[in-house]
Design a protein around this ligand. Sequence first.
Ligand code: AMP
Length: 927
Amino acid sequence: EVILLDSKAQQTELEWISSPSTGWEEISGLDENYTPIRTYQVCQVMESNQNNWLRTNWIEKGDAQRIFVELKFTLRDCNSLPGVVGTCKETFNLYYQETDAEVGRNIRESQYVKIDTIAADESFTQGDLGERKMKLNTELRIIGPLSRRGFYLAFQDVGACIALVSVKVYYKKCWSIIENLATFPDTVTGSEFSSLVEVEGTCVSDAEEEADNSPKMHCSAEGEWLVPIGKCICKAGFHQKGDACEPCGRGFYKSSSQDLQCSRCPAHSYNDREGSWRCDCEDGYYRALSDPPAVTCTRPPSAPQNLVYNINQTTVSLEWSSPADNGGRNDVTYRIMCRRCGWEPEECLPCGGNVGYLPAQSGLVDAYVTITDLLAHANYTFEVEAVNGVAAGTTFELIKEKVQQRSVQLSWQEPEQPNGVITEYEIKYYEKDQKDRIYSTVKSKSTSATVNNLKPSTAYVFQIRAFTAAGYGTFGPRLEVTTKEEPSGTASTEQNPVIIIAVVAVAGTIILVFMVFGFIIGRRYALAVKFPGTKTYIDPETYEDPNRAVHQFAKELDASCIKIERVIGAGEFGEVCSGRLKLPGKRDVPVAIKTLKVGYTEKQRRDFLCEASIMGQFDHPNVVHLEGVVTRGKPVMIVIEYMENGSLDAFLRKHDGQFTVIQLVGMLRGIAAGMRYLSDMGYVHRDLAARNILVNSNLVCKVSDFGLSRVIDDDPEAVYTTTGGKIPVRWTATEAIQYRKFTSSSDVWSYGIVMWEVMSYGERPYWDMSNQDVIKAIEEGYRLPAPMDCPPGLHQLMLDCWQKDRADRPKFDQIVGILDKMIRNPNTLKTPLGTCTRPISPLLDQNTPDFATFRSVGDWLEAIKMERYNDNFTATGYSSLESVARMTIEDVMSLGITLVGHQKKIMSSIQTMRAQMLHLHGTGVQV
Ligand code: AMP
């Protein structure tokens, strides 16, 4: 609550404007706790025609749209004041005026809008000594939507004895909160009771919005946050702790925002920073490009072992066994390096493309290879290298370009599959014959390098490796180069196994043959199953001649039996009328008559009659009954039993708050029984909603609106969805929206929505949210909350109907059973104490009748739409409003008014009437 005015909190004089000055008077007093307060009082009860106005100071509304006005006051009982009959009143009027700025001190009555007539609801109580004490009344009214910058409140006294003890003006806010790691700012509630204000959330620090799922919430008119949709998630390197994102600790990482938790660094990796998205590999360990951060860091494998060869003319076969250490990976393959050497070992050159490798030169999974097309009488060196994910492609050969006395120029080719983008190459070299192998290194960013400061006539060994984002790769094969002047040294065979062979032969060829298989596609069988004993619904579309379908299921009526009386609604195909049907030898009955408008097409006629073909197959007290059709005359008509109270949604809205829970559950039980019958028949409704339920005069609810797709096409609630076709989104199960899976179980979902509509007296499901947001909210598990005063057991049943998995939803049969049980044990329907009650509706819309204007009991009953009980009142002698005003609830019941909602409505009107006109007896206590 944000308070705009609180008269009690003010210490100094209020200085409101009183007009005339003989009217309202500012008086210091004490409140019920003896705290000093400022009050306004007026008590001009002796003279007639009082019109005393009191206006507050200007109240700036800020960003409020819906303003709450709470009044505390005492009102003197006229009967405690002798000699005031005829002039003393017991109510006063509350007004407001909207303005953009303060206006003058003159009160112009015509500029004020009346909020309500305020009466004391508990004006007098009996004190300990039998005296009547004045009681402090509290009344709350709501005004809005407001459009100007501020407003005044005004109190009009017409001759009562009033002390205005406190005036509090406030509006409601949804206070800033963090939900799903998103911050939602303070939000002022909307202007209407049923409107939600949609608010976008901002991710907390180190969080980001989940893809396509930005966080939203809805601020309700009551200042509560509702329906969270979407969320934020902690970024990589951060994890959720309460409503915040905290960095992963040292030795932990979180690679993606999608992951929930930080994980410990995998084996052979570490990090010494907080908030890491990955761990670095220990020295000598690597990750392949394709390795996710969660896998252990691995090493290149050790060398293959036990290399053996076999020479057959110009072909060499090599075989070996796997390396002793596969580096912790299971993607070890082999590759062959071939060099043809002169008889001096240091004069080796790559073999080039003339040599054949079977099955391949690299990527060998099995530990053998055959090398063909070698030159006869040549000297070859073969190296077999084991590679794995962290070594593959990172080793490559050095080529010597130019050898001089003190320098060697080297070049190489960029590896084919580098382990990431190569940022640098490193060449290490050492003097071959040096005992303690002191390495020197040279770095290069291009694919060549010159190594200087070498000794002449010295053998050097060079190796190269690449540096990528994944770290250094492994060194490639050794290249031995002897600087100019004094040639020396022999080929090294130290790390990778190498053999030198002379080859003298020719190889053969292998041909592969592929076989092609054909497939034979089997036939599909459709199987029709019939269950004995159950009447099954037959789709009228299966009839080639739609006229035959109609006459198979509907009785043809003679137009002369039908009397149309008046139009009651508009249907898709023409007017809906009420009238009477008189069949020969039977009593005439009230009916609804749907007509087909003139100038229809053949298709319209077929679709129109389709509803009759469907309805005619049903026979159940909770399914609207078809009397028959008129197809042979004009207009074409469908005649249906008459449902006096029309559609359920409108009916409930009209009677907001007037039924007992048992009555509401009774309605729901009827709908469930009708749906059980339809589902047993194998009929899927697809558009079950309160607007498609009809109510008769006995409050019996019946399922209506049958048809094929056309029913949904007509439904103004139906919208096109991405799956094609129109769907009433708010009433439809997820699977039916997503892939048009309509079943009795999706009807159960819709039934749950109907339950919610009924228990909230026709509130719109999901209020004014957009269809898109409804779909999203449901997808994220949001479900409608219990309506006001709804017993928890019923809400639970709704939630069961809205189970995501349709197999988990109850069947209509079970729903009927559950509701029957509740009706038998009404205790289960008690709302636990302390749950919220229905809010006071904006009183601007509420018309409190002025009883002085009623001349008779009949007038009054008509004004409160209870005229049907006129006879009950007159027959029992309540002919004057004075006598009615004295009635108690027992009196009302004794008239034979059995509907509790009606009893309540009549009683509350009587109480207001009493406050306006009744003179009670007793002694008042001076304020
Ligand atoms: P429909 O074309 O079936 O949606 O009907 C249009 C309107 O006519 C409904 O919303 C009802 O208010 C009214 N209506 C339809 N059928 C009946 C009926 N059997 N008894 C009373 N009113 C009906």
